[in-house]
Design a protein around this ligand. Structure first.
Ligand code: CU
Length: 313
């Protein structure tokens, strides 16, 4: 059944939790297929069996057989099995068995019309303070992070719409939105969770394949809803660390004149992942990291020289 569904557009599954969800999807489709064929055949049968020519007068008694009752009961039993034996356990596991935060990568996603903002806690593992009052789109502070807060100083905010993940590690996405209701959907991970203003909802999964795929908004959220797509980039563990360390340094240097090379290499990392080339991506991430380190050293040197210049005056 699953193969048939893949042929009709079900995307490939690249998370450890996907097979359980796919089995529910398969069983539901099997039941729907039986119902579709069954009801269709029954409809055609009634058209022929109860045609006017054969039944010139209506029969007020109608059908006396109990076949329809039995088939209705059969359908109900099948549905109860799908619901209780298959869907409930899968759903319970999805919402209750959230992995320990220590054994997972915890990332915040803040939806906005019509972008995905991603926030990483950085080295300290603690998310800095954010406040709606601090949101300033012109200053590119889309989630209102308070950079004066000690915990916020190392927080990493990648380019909007780009979620970076390590492969084979539990990921907890804490999801919220700064405006209307959105729905965070990564079809290849079988993840779909509504983002509700004012609350933070955890959703979790374990990517099993390196590569680059689309994040979609699965909730009609305004006139440019169709534009609200993002990307999930799944790196090798080492590639991920190198990529995030590079982002940290680039953010620290905060001067495009210096970080130009590193940022260009980071874009090549994404290109390599899109081509499914995780090894190359890893190598490029390390190259970007050394370029960022050079940029940092150059910037520090330039700042020192500026200071000396100032002292002379
Ligand atoms: Cu949306």
């Amino acid at each position: 059944m699953l193969e048939l569904l893949h042929k009709f557009g079900l995307p490939a599954a690249y998370s450890a939790q996907a097979p359980a969800i796919d089995s529910v999807i398969s069983w539901i489709h099997i039941l729907m297929m039986i119902l579709y064929v069954g009801w269709g055949a029954f409809f055609i049968y009634t058209l022929i069996r109860f045609r006017r020519k054969r039944n010139p007068n209506a029969n007020p008694k109608g059908i006396t057989s109990h076949f329809s009752t039995y088939s209705e009961a059969g359908v109900a039993i099948f549905e109860i099995i799908i619901l209780v034996a298959l869907s409930f356990p899968v759903w319970a596991s999805r919402v209750e068995e959230i992995p320990e935060r220590e054994n997972a990568e915890v990332i915040r996603v803040v939806a906005q019309q019509f972008k995905w903002n991603i926030l990483y806690p950085g080295e300290d593992g603690i998310f800095g303070r954010t406040s709606p009052d601090l949101i300033d789109d012109e200053a590119l502070n889309f989630i209102g992070i308070d950079r004066k807060d000690e915990a916020a100083k190392d927080d990493i905010i990648p380019t909007q719409g780009h979620l970076h993940l390590p492969v084979d590690k539990n990921i907890i996405v804490e999801l919220t939105t700064r405006d209307v209701i959105h729905s965070f959907s990564i079809p290849v991970m079988r993840i779909k969770q509504d983002a509700i203003p004012g609350i933070r909802i955890p959703t979790w999964f374990t990517p099993t394949q390196t590569g680059s795929w689309e994040i979609a908004c699965a909730q009609l959220c305004g006139n440019s809803h169709y534009q609200m797509k993002g990307f999930v980039h799944v790196h090798t563990q080492r590639g991920y660390e190198a990529y995030m360390n590079t982002l940290t340094i680039v953010q620290e240097v905060d001067d495009y004149d210096y970080t130009l090379d590193a940022e260009y290499t980071l874009s090549q990392v994404i290109d390599a992942l899109k081509k499914g080339n995780a090894r190359d991506a890893e190598e490029l991430a390390f190259q970007a990291l050394s370029q960022a380190e050079v940029a940092k050293a150059e910037k520090e040197k330039a700042d020192d020289e500026d200071d000396d210049w100032g002292e002379e005056w």
